[in-house]
Design a protein around this ligand. Structure first.
Ligand code: FAD
Length: 608
């Protein structure tokens, strides 16, 4: 048993009596990334997350690891360069999670369209160049109108000019978080979910030397002492900064809400991820992504000021996305009744940074002519005849088509920020999942230097590009070969090929450990389902049925039909394992049922 309720109790006991080197607040991808690098570098490390791991934004993304081709139309070649390189690094450390999934980008005859056929080709070439995929099978392709319709026959043919295909990667956001958390725990860290920071403690010089926490399971409050405290709470990072004694904290976050909707594949069948302008002249773009037997689409991008722990999908969000998708797939006629699941998340955007773009609108696109100049500069930068400063200068001198300087939510920077306050609190916020390793690397340099200068500690930081997370301990250059071995192993234990394939892709090099639970049988669950659940209970800090159905697996989002069939058995199995009484089991059943109902928008459906 490596990471379970039992180890949680041991960690709490340890943390009450010891001062750790690093205490991380927030168990989304940012905190998890810092935890892995700190623990692996030999620092004694603790992480506290007030909900389940990844329950904040990091289980609510578009679930892509991408460089954001759209950035190329809004000045951010540097951002794209960094993120496409990081994408490759994420694939290296977690090879079982991000999988190549080329993106189709259809182009329509619309004066407001983000890309023309001409600028798309240039952007895709630049993208390939930055991603280093030129000359490989993943190199971009320009498509005629007929070719686009052959690939995606339900797309609106009206005004369609053609399109392109370029390399992108699918992701499993919450699995990436838990695999980082598990690795940090395996390397000696103390990773606590359902542990909320409610205040800070200080030394005699008013420097933060720990946090007050509340155990959200037992309601016990206690103190954890640490040499360095880092705030990685994403959208909550200002809230946490305001918990310090500093009364002059200036807010830096401007969170925006993004919504995704899921329908059955039979209702909307796309052969591959597809990315297009909304067609509503709002400068935004939307993804339609096939996953399991479902298709999801999103996202919206609206300012948000409600409860950060519980962003919800509104009827306006649904109308907007249905309008966009029905325009592009006119025969589909999707209605709210077709929606099987949904999710809403908050982008932890830093306000005040330079304009940038992600999935949404740009404050000013580059003209095609300028884009070509930028490409030339990148070429020169790549071959070493232009410096990074020269490249930046060239990028910043390009001409825009529009842009009055005011920022729509979509143009607030997707960049990250790393700061240290006078009281010693470090805050690392912003960025994207794709950038998490790089962001953590920056934080570790800062933490290491503090530990060295202020405490005389001497740590050697790991090479995080070559440090796999849990489940990623196999040859990243031969994912297919490794998967084949894990699948064969599953089949040899009596699983069907389909079940074995599912487990191999979910658990990577941990598949062997999952299969070691072959003798476990929970009533109403198949052998494969029993093994996976038992593995998760003992090794993934799965404490509730929702943890399992929503964040350790994707049952609630993309395997809804299967969840309907196993939900009673799932709660019963966990009741048996945790020895819950009937009341507790009933509470967890209600929680799961309410989550499912919220996700399938039952309330909005009945309100009409
Ligand atoms: P979070 O995941 O929110 O983690 C912060 C954690 O801190 C939370 O779990 C919270 O519970 C915890 N916390 C808060 N207060 C406390 C406290 N007092 N004590 C203890 N814990 C606390 N990025 C990509 O790379 N690819 C994409 O496709 C993509 N799509 C996106 C689509 C949408 C709609 C959104 C919203 C974001 C998307 N992103 C994407 C961005 C990405 O999801 C975020 O940048 C990333 O998940 C932020 O991670 P984080 O760890 O900083 O924040």
């Amino acid at each position: 048993m490596s990471f379970s309720l039992k180890t949680r109790e041991e960690s709490i006991k340890f943390l009450k009596d010891h001062t750790v080197d690093v205490l991380i607040i927030g168990g989304g991808i940012t905190g998890a990334g810092v935890a892995v690098q700190a623990a692996a570098s030999g620092m004694s490390t603790a992480l506290v997350e007030m909900q389940d791991f990844s329950e904040g934004t990091s289980s609510r993304s578009t679930k892509l690891v991408h460089g954001g081709i759209r950035y190329l139309k809004s000045f951010d070649v540097e951002v794209v360069a960094d993120t496409v390189r990081e994408r490759a690094n994420v694939q290296k450390v977690a090879p079982h999670i991000p999988k190549p999934d080329p993106m189709l980008l259809p182009i329509y005859d619309d004066p407001n369209s983000t890309f023309s056929m001409f600028s798309l080709k240039i952007a895709m070439d630049l993208y390939d160049q930055l991603a280093n995929v030129k000359g490989t099978d993943y190199e971009n392709r320009v498509l005629t109108k007929e070719e686009v319709l052959e690939i995606s026959p339900h797309l609106n043919a009206d005004g369609l000019l053609g399109g392109g295909i370029y390399l992108d990667f699918r992701n499993n956001d919450s699995r990436l978080v838990i695999e980082n958390i598990k690795q940090a725990q395996a390397d000696g860290g103390h990773m606590l979910s359902r542990t909320k920071v409610i205040g800070f403690v200080y030394d005699d010089s008013d420097q933060i030397n720990g946090v007050k926490v509340k155990d959200m399971i037992t309601s016990e409050e206690y103190v954890i002492h640490a040499k360095v405290v880092i705030n990685t709470t994403g959208p909550w990072s200002d809230t946490v900064r305001h918990m310090t004694k500093d009364k002059e904290v200036i807010d830096q976050m401007r969170p925006t809400k993004g919504v995704h909707l899921v329908v059955d594949r039979e209702k909307l069948n796309v052969s591959q991820p597809t990315y297009f302008d909304t067609g509503l002249n709002d400068g935004r773009m939307v993804f339609v992504v096939p996953r399991e037997d479902k298709t999801y689409f999103g996202t919206t991008d609206t300012d948000y000021e409600g409860d950060f722990s519980h962003p919800t999908v509104t009827s306006e969000d649904v109308s907007y996305l249905l309008k966009v998708v029905n325009n592009k797939f006119p025969e589909r006629n999707l209605t709210i009744d077709d929606i099987e699941a949904s999710w809403a998340g908050l982008r932890p955007l830093i306000s005040g940074n330079g304009g940038s773009d992600y999935n949404g609108a740009a404050s000013g696109n580059i003209t095609d002519e300028s884009l070509e100049k930028v490409i030339q500069s990148v070429d020169e930068y790549e071959i070493g005849t232009l410096t990074r400063e020269g490249l930046e200068k060239s990028i910043h001198s390009v001409k825009t088509q529009a842009g009055d300087g005011t920022k729509s939510p979509s143009s607030v920077s997707r960049g990250s920020s790393l700061t240290r306050a006078d009281d010693g609190l470090i805050t690392l916020a912003g960025g994207k999942i794709t950038d998490y390793r790089l962001m953590a690397e920056g934080a570790l340099n800062m933490i290491n230097s503090i530990l060295s200068k202020e405490y005389g500690d001497d740590f050697v930081l790991i090479d995080s590009i070559n440090y796999p997370v849990s489940g990623g301990h196999f040859d990243a250059t031969n994912v297919e070969g490794a998967m084949k071995d894990y699948i064969e192993l599953g089949v040899s234990k009596g699983l069907s090929e389909k079940e074995a394939t599912y487990l191999a892709h979910l658990y990577g090099s941990n598949t062997k450990d999952v299969l070691s639970y072959e003798d476990v049988e929970f009533n109403g669950l198949t052998k494969a389902q029993s093994m996976a659940l038992m593995y998760s209970l003992e090794n993934e800090m799965t404490l509730t049925p929702v943890d399992y159905a929503l964040r350790r697996t994707n049952y609630l989002l993309f395997m809804r039909d299967q969840l309907d069939a196993v939900k009673v058995a799932l709660v019963e199995a966990m009741k048996e394992y945790y020895q819950w009484d009937d009341n507790q089991a009933q509470l967890y059943t209600t929680e799961l049922t309410e989550k499912m109902s919220e996700s399938s928008l039952d309330k909005l459906k009945t309100e009409g």
